[in-house]
Design a protein around this ligand. Structure first.
Ligand code: C2E
Ligand code: MG
Ligand code: MG
Length: 562
């Protein structure tokens, strides 16, 4: 099981970040906080105190060396001398390569170089060490899974392979059962109740095995169960039965379970691989509230291989210019006739093997693993060069908006990076517009607002992208440092067919006007939508009605029309 899927199972392991510099703490914290529960300490003393407090649940200490009073070396020494702390792994954070040997000698498990410019490497290192520590402890505590009295995973695999040996002709299914947001169950109703839920699931599985099918079950970890059993076609009734039993525990809960099934397993695969396939299916419906059972199929398999390939290929593709920036025009529509106001830079991947891949396929993938920053920086640079080129060759100024991902915002070098790009291309900040998606604002509004405020002070225009697609509250709108609201396609889609939809868009327009934000409507596809939006007072329109995103050489044809 990889770190990712463990994260999806709702368990966030605790990691402490010790650094006397606030910015360093926050940076590292941000990088790892999606996958870990992060505690911060600002000096050696504070660290030791917090480590002692959380020792039983702490998976890792990330430790700065250079700190006043008690420095990192001293913290390592103290921990190694303390029987209760000495097994908590320590990773040293340093800008000084010579500190490596000394830290390792003292007993650090690994070290991470400052500055933190490769988030994916950091995540991989942290992940590896946490897993090692976890695997060690799991062996001892699952030997006695007192909560469920099910087999631990080693015994489970042993019995399952025995079953394979004795009954080579049976059709078998590999099934993964996972409780949605189990950490919430624990925090809302208490761990005791959480334990009861797990025990209930285990009981039900035992009953199912004794009366409907043959096989074995185990609690694989935390809230995740494995079932290796004789083949059936429909898992709906299994799920209903488990859900019914859990919800009969009282507390008026609505606990949901997800099931991933790999039907009629291929016995030439290892048991682990069979359950990986079931896990893949189970993860696919992680945040899906309409589907609770997923079956592994060949497509899933292909998707996983595809994702792996894309991750491997990104650097090469940037070098070879297989990643190309397209430009979609935005037109100002309130004058006599629409005029070209700016453009949005949108990435396209012309993969030498897979052909054209749309961003919807790779952006979410790269957002998950940090590679999005590499991609975004490339797009910003390309876009800036393009603006310059149009100025020089056509004497036309087209401001271009670029998409800024959540990860970019927490990069301490963001401001400098943007300023450098402007400088290299002799551009003004108002020529490079920044689009930040709505959902970024709802995640951690406070920190984001601070960063965005300071970028905005530099003169950049901030557009809130995808407005209306997520959960931003109207209240939040009054506090945000933005210049433009980009109404999401979904909001605009039915303005011409649905009265209520039109009302809503009018309302957004009014609020924006009141707040002094300009409004851009995205995804405008036809004349009816265009006319209505113009009438309402929308300033700028982007959409197929005017043009699809175009490669730069085609975009210039729009200059003549403008
Ligand atoms: P977005 O930033 O909201 O971009 C608008 C998307 O709507 C683009 O999809 C565009 O092609 C599409 N679109 C524009 N007009 C119409 C229309 O009239 N009808 C319809 N149906 N669609 C229209 P695209 O290029 O596939 O990009 C999808 C998303 O991928 C973008 O949504 C953005 O979130 C992300 N993305 C694209 N390029 C980048 C990039 O360089 N960096 C980052 N971080 N994200 C990017
Ligand atoms: Mg955008
Ligand atoms: Mg958008």
């Amino acid at each position: 099981m990889d770190r990712k899927s463990r994260y999806s199972a709702g368990i966030k392991r605790k990691v402490i970040v010790v650094d006397d510099e606030y910015v360093n703490r926050q940076m590292l914290g941000f990088i790892i906080s999606q996958q870990y529960d992060v505690i911060y300490a600002e000096n050696g003393r504070d660290a030791l105190e917090k480590i002692r407090e959380t020792k039983s649940e702490l998976s890792l200490v990330l430790l700065d060396i250079m700190m006043p009073e008690i420095d990192g070396f001293e913290v390592i020494r103290i921990m190694k001398e303390d029987a209760e702390l000495k097994n908590i792994p320590i990773v040293v954070l340093t800008a000084d390569e010579s500190a490596e040997v000394k830290s390792l000698e003292l007993g650090a498990a690994d070290f991470i170089m400052k500055p933190y410019n490769r988030p994916e490497v950091i995540l991989a290192r942290v992940g590896r060490i946490v897993e090692l520590k976890h695997d060690r402890s799991i062996i001892s505590d699952t030997e006695r899974d007192t909560i469920t009295r099910l087999y631990n995973r080693n015994y489970f695999y042993e019995y399952a392979s025995e079953l394979d040996r004795y009954f080579p002709d049976w059709q078998m299914d590999a099934v993964v059962i996972d409780v949605d947001h189990f950490h919430l169950v624990n925090s809302l109703y208490g761990r005791n109740f959480g334990d009861k839920v797990l025990a209930k699931i285990a009981d039900t599985l035992r009953n199912i095995l004794s009366d409907t099918m043959d096989g074995y079950a185990c609690r694989y970890e935390a809230d995740k169960f494995y079932l290796y059993s004789t083949h059936i076609n429909d898992y709906e009734s299994i799920r209903n039965r488990i859900t019914y039993e859990i919800n009969s525990l009282g507390e008026n809960t609505q606990i949901r379970i997800r099931i991933g099934v790999y039907l009629d397993v291929d016995r030439t695969l290892s048991l682990e691989d069979r359950f990986d396939r079931a896990t893949l299916a189970c993860n696919r419906i992680r945040n899906n509230y309409t589907v609770a059972i997923a079956y592994y199929d060949n497509k899933l398999h292909q998707d996983a291989i595809f994702a792996e390939r894309l991750i491997n290929d990104i650097h090469k593709s940037i070098e070879n210019h297989d990643l190309i920036v397209y430009y979609q025009p935005k037109y100002a529509i309130q004058g006599d006739k629409p005029h070209l106001q700016s453009a949005e830079a949108l990435i396209r991947w012309k993969h030498p093997e897979f052909g054209m891949i749309s961003p919807g396929k790779f952006i979410p993938l790269f957002e998950d693993n940090g590679l999005i920053q590499v991609l975004d920086h490339y797009v910003w640079e390309e876009a800036a060069k393009q603006i310059r080129k149009w100025k020089d060759e056509y004497d036309v100024t087209v401001p271009v908006s670029v998409n800024v991902s959540r990860m970019d915002i927490y990069d301490s070098k963001l401001e400098n990076r943007l300023l450098d790009i402007l400088k290299e291309n002799a551009l003004k900040p108002e020529e490079l517009l920044l689009e930040i998606t709505e959902s970024a604002y709802s995640d951690d509004p406070k920190q984001l607002v601070e960063v965005v405020q300071s970028i905005r002070k530099l003169g950049f225009t901030i557009e809130m992208d995808d407005f209306g697609s997520g959960y931003s509250s109207l209240n939040m709108l009054t506090m945000l440092p933005i210049d433009v609201l980009k109404m999401d396609m979904q909001l605009v889609k039915n303005v011409h067919t649905d009265e209520r939809s039109l009302k809503l868009v009018k309302l957004v327009e009014e609020i924006a006007e009141y707040m002094g934000y300009r409004v851009i409507a995205e995804g405008v596809e036809n004349e009816e939508q265009y006319n209505l939006l113009k009438e309402i007072g929308c300033d700028v329109i982007q959409g197929f009605y005017f043009s699809k995103p175009l490669p730069p050489e085609e975009f210039v044809k729009l200059f003549e029309k403008a």
